[in-house]
Write a protein that binds this ligand. Sequence first.
Ligand code: VGL
Ligand code: ZN
Length: 194
Amino acid sequence: MRFQPGDALIVVDVQRDFLPGGSLAVPDGDKVVPVLNDYLRRFAAAGLPIVATRDWHPADHCSFVARGGPWPPHCVQDTSGAEFPDELALPDDVLVLSKATSVEADAYSGFDRTGLETRLREGGVERVFVGGLATDYCVLATVQDAAAAGFDVVVLEDAIRAVGVEADDEARALRSMREAGAIFITLNAIDADA
Ligand code: VGL
Ligand code: ZN
């Protein structure tokens, strides 16, 4: 496979709080970073658009345990936990889109009230490559919405990790993404010069 005009890379929620040591750490979440850096380098070299979504919650967000939600506080706006890790090599012209920014609504999908679909269409994007965190929440929802919007969807199987609240959550998420029409690749499926 090679990257071509009409392709875009979507890096989902690679933020400190989702990495080991963070408040909602995804097991081995840090392992996606070097792999994503490889994809990032290739997309940047090809001049293709790169989007990074971020979970960007107010301090009293409804998804937090104190508000009756399922999660410990995480990715609170303007805190270090919400930052992209320094090791993630995002290019200067990356499009950063924040989601789940209002108190009373959660949003797992990068397409949920972010303007992402419009931005992709304006850029002539037809196929999206999706990696990041977490497989069973925001990657899944983003992949499902991308497919529902009519984009071809390629999941970067070596650049995703799951929270795994239940043991089979990851497997179910992978199955759901396949059922949505997504295909899966790893770096070794990419032409060496692409
Ligand atoms: C996410 C749980 C809560 C994610 C965000 O980015 O997958 N998961 N908020
Ligand atoms: Zn969240």
